[in-house]
Design a protein around this ligand. Sequence first.
Ligand code: ADP
Length: 549
Amino acid sequence: MLQSLTTPEEQQRSRLALASRLGGFAAGASNLEELFRALYDEIARVMDATVLFFAVYDDASQTVEVVRQMDRGVEHPGGTFPLGQGITSEAIRTRTPRLVRRWSAEGPVRLLYGTETGELVAPESAVVVPVISGDRVLGVLSAQSYEPEAYDEADLFTLSAIAAQAASTIKRLHATEQMAVEYERHAFELEAILASMTDALLIVDERGAIVRLNRAARQLLCLDSASLVFGQPLERQRLEQWPATAREIAAALVPVVEALREGSSVAEEEIELRSGQRRILSVNASVLGSVKAGLQGGVIVFRDTTGQRELERLREDIFAMAWHDLRTPITVIKGQAEILLRRLSHNDRDRKALKASAASIVSYTDRMADLVSTLFDISSLEAGLLSITPWPMELASLVRDVTDGIRSTARRRLQVRAGERIVGEWDERRIRQVLMNLLSNALKYSPEGSTVTVSATADERGATVCVSDEGIGLDAAELAQLFRRGYRTESARRLKGAGLGLYFANGIVAAHGGRMWAESGGHGYGSAFYFTLPLQDERSDADLVEDRA
Ligand code: ADP
């Protein structure tokens, strides 16, 4: 019963007006406090709202959280209390509205609400309605007065109608809150994904302006925040301040961004960077947008495919080399086998000629086997699968053995300085391959009659092998590139070779934990190739003994 609305007609009219307002009630409320104020405005229009109390209820923790309270026109902050035995808790527990006409007559009432000060209020009458949605109690709404008999059944009904509207607003707010939490979680997840991506990623808006880039993109572009202006289209960036590689990428991206602006995606486009080290990037770009929101820009992802391309090129090289180098032995073997067959079918008794054909077949088959195993080794090295099986071995005798093996065909003076025993744990078959490569190069790139010297020494750090010659020599630029795959010096081109031997030998030495290098006084002054192999650490031997003790 609202004091100012005297006649039942007036009251009826105001309630009808309320009913028509309820449809749009609290539509603009974006949080619970705003909802409280909307509730207060609405309730104060139709009934005594000297005291208004609005709380939300959390069933899981059984707590009542007072959003705000109004007392005689003054708004008080809320607080939280556990579900108890009072009238508010009862309305929540029973899900039933309650009308209190004369509180003092119904028993002593002193209500302690969750105000900050814990203020005690003593109203005389009240209407309390639970805010219900489906079978869940979302909260409670209570209007109270210091006057007795301030409310009747009609007020209870009105407040229940308002509470029903409040329920849908609370549900909407919960959903938005939930969405905000979900959104935040998604944003965190996305952030983590972007940061951990090895592919570089750029996001541009509908104008083509860069709005976001991940760490990989920053690294790829070699950009710090100073030189990248977020929210600016590529063409309006201060490109002159960008590093050369970044400028090159930006230039290549202009048509990609243009395509995105027009709403088309880009798949697997390749960009070849020539400034600095040669690199190949593969670019994919997808349009961002929806039917509702329209075109929103796009996501550009780049991947550095240089390694992959190199590997493909290596495979092509290996295939070409295999074809080139295997063709001769195959032709010779086939030719000799045909000759042999013809001679045998004609009952040719020239044993010398028969033997020569057979020997030629054996020798070319060996060459083929060597070649196939080299190709296999190189591809294993490239794939990171080069296997090393260390076993105790003696290096000086291996050096002597390999040198003695080629002495008869060397046509150069071969000197060996490897007196001392050098025992270590290395892969003998692989070290033999390294020695063979260095020795055959020394012979290949030095004149007949000159001297090739092989030495093996050791100190506490490791063993060192040196193969030196008096051949064509190397200049500083050549020395710097010697161990690159496929590298051959200008002066070596007239001799057969593929530029793979040193690359492979260096790979073997590195896999042992050693180092390989070359020295030369320049063209015509001969070269010396060195490699080291680590010896077992003496201290770790001592530790082993201690461990066993
Ligand atoms: P290949 O000898 O088959 O070309 P390598 O990988 O063994 O391949 O050697 C790479 C290049 O290094 C050679 O082509 C040659 O230019 C240079 N090189 C290697 N050994 C010597 C050496 N002893 N003297 C001068 N140049 C050498």
